[in-house]
Design a protein around this ligand. Structure first.
Ligand SMILES: [Zn+2]
Ligand SMILES: [Zn+2]
Length: 366
């Protein structure tokens, strides 16, 4: 009797300390919160206790079986947390420090990283590891690879909510204007105002655009776009947006057109409103085939530039984005429209996926 009770008493805390709750992907439209082994930090790694995460549009593609990941994987790739364990070789950090970890975790050592292409670490899309090739952030704990390059300390003055969107959508959205080398005074058109498009709008403003025209049809998103920096908001379901944008730019077209959805129609429209010599900055993830219409492309003679960007990551990128928030240049908290505990994350997926209740982004608290 006493043996049995002492056995149970001893095992309980051990079990509690060696497992965690996490969202596990089992196959298309099959995800659930379950107990998984608590990750341990190996050489060069860290484990953080996640205090806030979110759901990305990419996670919806994974859930629907449109982007393949292996069954049994913990998904999610945005993490704010507290350092729980540091592996050998990780220096300059203490257990208990608050950190932001980008969706992209470059190694900082390979040919791609050392060529400046951090997001393509190790090969195409290789910088994106969380919830893609290794266990992700929709969990109580997250193991961070190459921790020395990827743990960005959060200034005390900033809350988790103020920084969580910097891990992915803000870094990606803002990069559209950076990759386009947007110049002070440039005119910009942005196609789609989902979370990434809204961040692209904020980025165009940060980079000094003189006129920011955005295109969407969702009233909540159109309203939010004004809040983050849009000057003119066009509804593609009610207007000929290409003609409108040409007219707003004296028939010339915009200096920079940003595609933030990943469809043939938005890509084409971005090209149609672009001035000769302008830059089409593409953020969308396309499927099937993408074709270039020859007339707005001037049959290949218009000196148009087409650039693409995968979310920039690594701790220096996160530090820079956090300074924008710290000094009042960027506030994305209005985009966090809903909050759910981790136990109810599958419900959060439904709300986010079906765009219920004016949702833009959901905060998930483990
Ligand atoms: Zn994402
Ligand atoms: Zn690398």
């Amino acid at each position: 009797m006493s043996q049995t009770s002492s056995h149970v008493f001893l095992e309980e805390p051990i079990q509690a300390a060696s497992t965690m709750r996490a969202l596990v992907f089992h196959g298309a439209n099959n995800i659930s919160v379950e107990r998984m082994p608590l990750p341990r930090a190996r050489v060069g790694e860290a484990v953080i206790r996640v205090t806030l995460t979110t759901i990305c549009g990419t996670d919806l593609h994974i859930l629907r079986g449109e982007y393949p990941v292996k069954p049994g994987l913990i998904i999610g790739h945005e993490a704010v947390g507290v350092i729980h364990e540091l592996g050998d070789g990780v220096t300059g950090y203490e257990v208990g420090e608050r950190v932001l970890v980008g969706a992209i975790t470059p190694c900082g050592q390979c040919t791609f990283c050392l060529s400046g292409d951090w997001s393509q670490c190790g090969g195409a899309i290789g910088g994106w590891k969380f919830g893609n090739t290794i266990d992700g952030a929709q969990a109580e704990y997250l193991r961070v690879p190459n921790a020395q390059a990827n743990l960005a300390k959060i200034p005390d003055a900033l809350t988790d909510e103020q920084v969580v969107l910097l891990a992915d959508i803000a870094s990606t959205g803002i990069s559209a204007a950076e990759s386009a080398d947007l110049q002070i005074g440039d005119s910009v058109a942005i196609f789609a105002q989902g979370p990434i498009g809204l961040c692209a709008t904020a980025g165009a403003k940060l980079k000094g655009a003189s006129l920011i025209i955005v295109v969407d049809s969702d009233p909540v998103r159109m309203q939010m776009s004004k809040q983050v920096g849009a000057d003119v908001v066009l509804d593609f379901s009610k207007q000929d947006v290409v003609a409108q944008i040409k007219s707003l730019t004296n028939g010339i077209g915009v200096d920079v057109a940003i595609e933030a959805l990943g469809t043939q129609a938005t890509f084409e429209n971005a090209l149609r409103v672009l001035r000769p010599g302008g830059t089409l900055s593409s953020l969308g993830v396309y499927s099937g085939k993408l074709s270039v219409p020859l007339e707005p492309f001037a049959a290949g003679l218009g000196d148009h530039k087409i650039v693409t960007t995968l979310c920039p990551g690594g701790k220096e990128r996160m530090r820079r984005l956090m300074t924008l928030v710290l000094h009042g240049r960027l506030d994305l908290t209005p985009l966090l429209t809903h909050t759910f505990p981790l136990e109810r994350i599958t419900e959060a997926y439904q709300v986010f996926g079906d765009r219920r209740g004016g949702v833009i982004k959901v905060a998930i608290k483990p």
